[in-house]
Design a protein around this ligand. Structure first.
Ligand code: ADP
Ligand code: MG
Length: 383
């Protein structure tokens, strides 16, 4: 990808990039809708990423290009309005630049910018966080600055929440920032605090993206969020992470059915994240797999954010040899399923899953095989 970036940078900007940074996409491993409830979540940074090349300009112009967009977007150095239409992808790097400036961090005034990526956007792999963090690292490197990893991650989230306008939790940026090869990232969303959990060797990740999305998905996220907060209030805690299964049982009659069901998922799911963390450390992959499947069933039954498409994928995967477990990954209501497998599950297995999906839904999911990788890093420093 580095060579691709350099060649394209020359073609688009007719010069060399001064700095290059890379940040990986990520998979939500377990911990579904736990983040805004103050819970924990495990994620994997993967061997697909966004690469950003940057070279400063002395005229103050900012010229943004991307391999996925034909036209170059040129902005003046004082432009701070959100871009719309086909240029709106610029909001990710521009948002990053603006939140860095607001935090008093020195950033380049004018520059030529190029992003190239092998993280498919909108596939549940968080191309957006990868774009934010790779941009942030490139802006810093151009000024020969650096930042503690935690601050970079928080600025990425702030850019996405406040400038792009997507209310994501800290998972996406946290995993892209703190990822490590052969490890998962454990995030306690209350701090937030970030940790590393080593994984046994010989594991593969597979992601099946259905390209389906519930028409009312934004409204449904907001509704689930509200029901979780309502449940916490009914139980008498600030956030559901503080509630125990016993406290939920005692409050059941006081809660609406919906609030009870959401809380039931979240409280159990946080416990599953912790059990999965221990099982990984112990190398007990059978138990990890069971917890992944239990997570999916809980999302389906209690959080009610699965779909016929996601359920079919999980059921078919569960029956395949070499599959430890599978679950919906990301927000749900459509989207993607991830599976954790041994090398016994291969392209033939993936084909069988695709065929079963085709037989029922008449379309094919996109299939991506991934491995863990390191978090965001600088690839080329300023001369
Ligand atoms: P996800 O993060 O799950 O992939 P999002 O909707 O959060 O999906 O982010 C996708 C958006 O990020 C794209 O619509 C685009 O604006 C931006 N993006 C991602 N990758 C690139 C890229 N290589 N070039 C330009 N924009 C990108
Ligand atoms: Mg995103």
């Amino acid at each position: 990808m580095k060579d691709v970036l350099i060649a394209r940078f020359r073609a688009v900007h007719s010069r060399e990039p001064e700095v290059i940074a890379r940040a990986p996409g990520r998979i939500e491993f377990i911990g579904n809708h736990t983040d805004y409830n103050g819970g924990t979540v495990l994620g994997a940074a993967i061997d697909r990423g966004v690469w950003v090349g940057l070279a400063r300009r002395t005229d103050g112009r900012r010229r943004f290009a991307s391999d996925s967009r034909a036209e170059l977007v040129e902005l003046a150095a004082d432009a701070s309005a959100r871009a719309t239409g086909t240029s709106s992808w610029v909001n990710y790097p521009l948002g990053m630049l603006l939140v860095m400036q607001a935090a008093g961090i020195e950033t380049p005034a004018g520059f030529d910018f190029l992003a190239v990526s092998d993280v498919p956007p909108g596939a549940g792999l968080s191309s957006s966080a990868a774009l934010e963090l790779s941009s942030g690292l490139a802006f810093l490197a151009a000024q020969r600055q650096s930042l503690p990893r935690e601050q970079l991650v928080k600025l990425g989230r702030k850019a996405e929440n406040e400038f792009v306008g997507v209310p994501c939790g800290i998972l996406d940026q946290g995993v892209s920032g703190f990822g490590r090869k052969d490890c998962l990232v454990h995030i306690d969303c209350r701090g937030p605090t970030f940790g590393i959990v080593p994984m046994p060797p010989g594991l593969d990740f597979w992601v099946f993206n259905t390209h389906t999305k519930h028409a009312l998905v934004d409204g449904l996220y907001a509704e689930r969020h509200k029901e979780c907060m309502e449940a916490a209030l009914g139980i008498g805690v600030g956030l559901l992470v503080e509630a125990t299964p016993e406290a939920l049982a005692a409050a059941e009659t006081r809660l609406s059915r919906a609030a009870y069901k959401r809380a039931r998922h979240v409280i159990d799911e946080i416990a599953r994240v912790e059990r999965a963390t221990e099982a990984l450390r112990a190398g007990d992959m059978a138990l990890v797999g069971k917890l992944l499947l239990a997570s999916h069933r809980s999302s389906r039954t209690w959080f009610e954010n699965s779909s016929a498409e996601l359920d079919l994928l999980v059921d078919v995967l569960e029956a395949e040899k070499g599959v430890y477990g599978a679950r919906l990954t990301g927000g749900g209501f459509g989207g993607a399923v991830m599976a954790l497998t041994s090398s016994q599950f291969d392209g033939d297995g993936a084909k069988r899953v695709e065929e079963a999906y085709w037989a029922k839904f008449g379309s094919k999911p996109d299939v991506i095989r991934a491995h863990t990788d390191d978090g965001a890093s600088l690839v080329k420093e300023a001369p």
